[in-house]
Design a protein around this ligand. Sequence first.
Ligand code: ZN
Length: 318
Amino acid sequence: MSAIDILVSEVGPRDGLQSIKSIMPTEAKKAWIRAEAAAGVPEIEVGSFVPPKLLPQMADTAEIVEYAGSIPGLAVAALVPNFKGAENAIKAGAHKLTLPLSVSETHSQANLKKTHEQVYEEVRKIVELLNSLPEDQRPEFEGGLSTAFGCTLEGKVPEKKVVEAAIKLMELGCDEVGLADTTGYANPAQLRRLIKLIRAEVGNDKLTGVHMHNTRGLGLANVLAALEEGITTVDSSLGGLGGCPFAPGASGNIVTEDLVFMLDSMGLKTGIDLDKLLQIRDIVVDALPGEDMYGFTPDSGLPKGYGENGKPGWGVAA
Ligand code: ZN
């Protein structure tokens, strides 16, 4: 794969699918992942290792991780809420594990049924397990700072708390931390401030990715602000799948197609073929009849003449 400027990490098979009621058949998940990898998407978060009782949509995650791991060149990420999940993710061969810590402790207790201290204990045990693995079999381990921009239960989340949680996760042995706008509350100024504050404590190379939602229409504005701070990994979901249960009509994650159009047209290399990417929606639409799909680029199509002068880059000075 040629060098890329920005790593687009597709999270639809995890974040999108876990947020909707319908269950996507395992074969459709595989076809979706296969098609995105073929379009050049370098990393996909393919599932979450939660008990199937809680999220039946994710019951086949081990099989999906194994399948995705067989696709050459694709980095396979998985969400792990606890030690048990991490064990299973490692067994299935995931390349990257993300453990979400809700900075809002109320949210943490409501969602994971765990206090911060209990989540940190899981992190400790996961790091121990990772350290016992041979170097070449050790997946990357990210501590995700979720509800970092505000919480549906607590409201405002103090920035000091986010920074403290980032420091703690790094002290416990995470490889890096990520910022997640779980609730779609973030704005560009707030995001820039938090990136700076966290990086000042943990180092620039320990915060390289953001996970933004588009609940209030600020998804891409936030991404641009993050790029200007030097962020190089951006999560997104094909068709903004998943929506937002608290905001009818609003997409959940930022839309992969719109994100790639923005990056590509700015001349930033993603390694993704936009034409191919735009065709993948059909796989998801067919497998999930009645689910809402979002995105402006898929609706409007590419601008006239797009890509004629070689890709990526359009509207870039010749
Ligand atoms: Zn999310």
